[in-house]
Design a protein around this ligand. Structure first.
Ligand code: ATP
Length: 585
């Protein structure tokens, strides 16, 4: 398939904001794509090269993209840089510069989807000595064969700033329409996606085997399942009102979520964002081999750092030492961990996601050995507000964040944040009860003691309907001196001197960052704001939502991808919940 066909559709998609029109455009593109190339089309349209769990990063920094463009256009680096700043986007700069320097009709070799995809994948996978030069060479080769319009999308994709406004569920809708006869078949496709986390695979399957094939998809060992998430409510009373009579309460531990895939002695661990993190926890792998009484199983649990003398649980930050690139063995000795299992999703060939919680929990209890380092997470059934409150206090006194209250009849809804799991934390009178995870999109130079370093960061939430990161706040408190030194180093490769196209903000920081690093914040309240565009107009015309008195909690959420941060619709819900609380006082 010619790449030009794809970029023509991308142009149209970019110019459209209506969902129905977008879905139809995309459906038509899906129809035109040969079956064997659909996976590539889907990944590229998602702005990726492989499903997230394979951990393939696009890996072209701003500097490299600019060098490639200078070489391919034959213009000086200064000229290219200037065009980039003026245009405010690498893609538009490339299009402008190349349109001037080349005649489209001169092209003999047309770029194909396969060639573009394979080259980008090669660039992403190149590492080690000399890799920058190899990446540059490959990118220039592509640009040399590209039309100006193709170059626009190649560079945006390579830099990870493709902004088509196409969210995963628009791809699901479009594929259902193009391949399964209608949008109403989308739920089957969505379920298959949620349990395999691989949209490319699912769309190609739909093309090859139709609805029957998609419906047959089962949970598979080795393919991570998108995690079920919890809603929030402000009180035990509200939870019982929402869930009905009997509920199951579980401790909410403050650690890292693990999805464990066990096939005999072969154990793989996936993080909350579905990256393979087996290498961080060799001890957990061993515990699973020894204490999980099942040959084949998929489980979920929370891993927590423990003090082995007292058995006490330690804060989340302790676990982050496990993220070291080197010296995991040393970290393993210094920061021992325990695992509390809370889910069983697959066992002995059976998919358990379609069985109710109470059944899953019963079997979970029968397969997890209770040892110093493994156990099913403490849980208890109740019908009473008082008992929930007591259990919450007990959990907190044992070092937990709070409770997750679960509906005993609920199935495991992969990828969904619904009211069949509700988290409950202790109320603080002056602060929002829950923390808010946000992605860093910019930084401002500090003053006074902080002169010379970035002292304040600009943070964004995620608008999953539009696939955009709108700013919600600036944060300058809660950082230690070490944090302020460390952050710019982590963020270095994501710096850009123009606002990335998938970001929105009424503020202009001293430096922009492509969405990558996620941090946890706590704030006193959510307020209306004319400057921050998150949830613009959803509460009041002309106003977005912002955080008041935000503070960094000290947690860098390496376990979350930018798309996993608090969404604008969650902020709207939290804003409304907060109003209710004020009214109740
Ligand atoms: P948070 O910052 O509160 O962890 P989150 O977005 O990561 O938010 P939530 O859906 O809000 O996820 O809360 C569920 C998370 O709580 C899970 O991802 C898991 O890591 C953790 N957790 C701890 N104990 C449990 C439990 N018993 N059941 C389910 N999740 C638990």
């Amino acid at each position: 398939m010619n790449f030009s066909l794809i970029v023509e559709s991308y142009e149209k998609l970019e110019a459209t904001s209506g969902r129905i029109e977008m879905t139809e455009l995309l459906a038509s593109l899906v129809r035109q794509t040969p079956k064997g190339e659909l996976t590539m089309l889907v990944y590229l349209t998602q702005g990726k090269l492989r499903p997230d769990y394979e951990g393939v990063e696009l890996g072209v920094a701003e500097k490299l993209a600019l060098r490639a463009l200078a070489t391919a256009s034959g213009l000086s680096p200064e000229k290219v840089r200037k065009a980039y700043i003026v245009e405010g986007d690498i893609g538009s700069a490339a299009q402008k510069l190349l349109e001037r320097s080349r005649q489209e009709s001169l092209f003999s070799q047309r770029l194909t989807l396969k060639l573009v995809y394979d080259t980008l994948l090669k660039i992403a996978k190149t590492s080690g000595e000399g890799s920058i030069e190899t990446k540059l060479r490959e990118l220039v080769k592509l640009l040399n064969d590209a039309t100006a319009l193709e170059a626009k999308y190649i560079l945006r994709t390579a830099m990870g700033v493709l902004r088509l406004g196409v969210a995963d569920y628009t791809i699901l809708d479009a594929s259902a329409l193009a391949l399964l006869g209608g949008k109403s078949q989308r739920h089957a496709l969505e379920r298959a996606y949620n349990i395999t986390s691989d949209l490319g695979y699912v769309v190609e399957l739909a093309a090859r085997e139709g609805l029957k094939g998609v419906e047959k998809v089962q949970v598979q060992l080795g393919k991570p399942i998108r995690p079920m998430l919890a809603e929030r409510l402000e009180s035990a009373e509200a939870i019982l009102d929402k869930m009905g009579s009997e509920v199951a309460m579980e401790y909410k531990l403050d650690g890292e979520r693990l999805q464990v895939h066990k096939r005999g002695d072969n154990v793989e661990l996936f993080s909350r964002r579905l990256e393979k993190i087996t290498h961080n926890y060799p001890d957990v792998v061993q515990y699973v081999r020894e204490y999980v009484k099942a040959t084949d199983a998929i489980l979920e649990g929370e891993v927590v750092a423990v003090n082995t003398d007292t058995g006490e649980y330690l804060p989340f930050q302790e676990l982050m030492h496990r993220r070291r690139k080197h010296g995991v063995d040393e970290a393993m000795k210094q920061y021992p961990v325990a695992v509390n299992f809370f889910e069983l999703l697959f066992i002995k060939g059976d998919d358990y996601t379609n069985k109710p919680y109470s059944f899953r929990r019963k079997v979970l209890e029968s397969v997890i050995g209770v040892t110093k380092v493994t156990r099913p997470v403490p849980a208890k059934r109740t019908r009473s507000v008082e008992e929930i409150e007591e259990y919450l206090e007990q959990a907190i006194s044992e070092g937990c964040e709070g409770l997750v209250v679960k509906d005993p009849n609920a199935l495991y809804r992969a990828g969904a944040r619904e009211f069949s799991w509700i988290k409950l934390k202790r109320e603080y009178r002056s602060e929002l009860t829950d923390t808010i995870d946000l992605v860093i999109i910019g930084a401002f130079h500090g003053r006074g003691r902080r002169a010379g370093v970035y002292g304040t960061y600009l943070l964004a939430a995620y608008d999953n309907k539009r696939n955009i990161f709108p700013s919600v706040t600036k944060v300058g408190t809660g950082f230690t001196d070490q944090d302020l030194e460390k952050f710019p180093k982590i963020l270095k490769e994501f710096e850009t001197h123009v606002k990335p196209p998938n970001i929105e903000s009424g503020l202009v920081p001293d430096i922009w960052y492509r969405p990558h690093m996620v941090i946890e914040t706590i704030a006193s309240e959510i307020t209306l704001s004319p400057i921050h565009p998150a949830a613009m107009g959803s509460i009041r015309k002309g106003s977005g939502l912002a955080l008041r008195f935000p503070k960094f909690t000290g947690k860098i959420r390496t376990d979350k991808s930018p798309e996993d941060v608090t969404t604008v619709s969650e902020l709207v819900k939290m804003y409304k919940m907060q109003l209710k609380k004020v009214e109740a006082k």
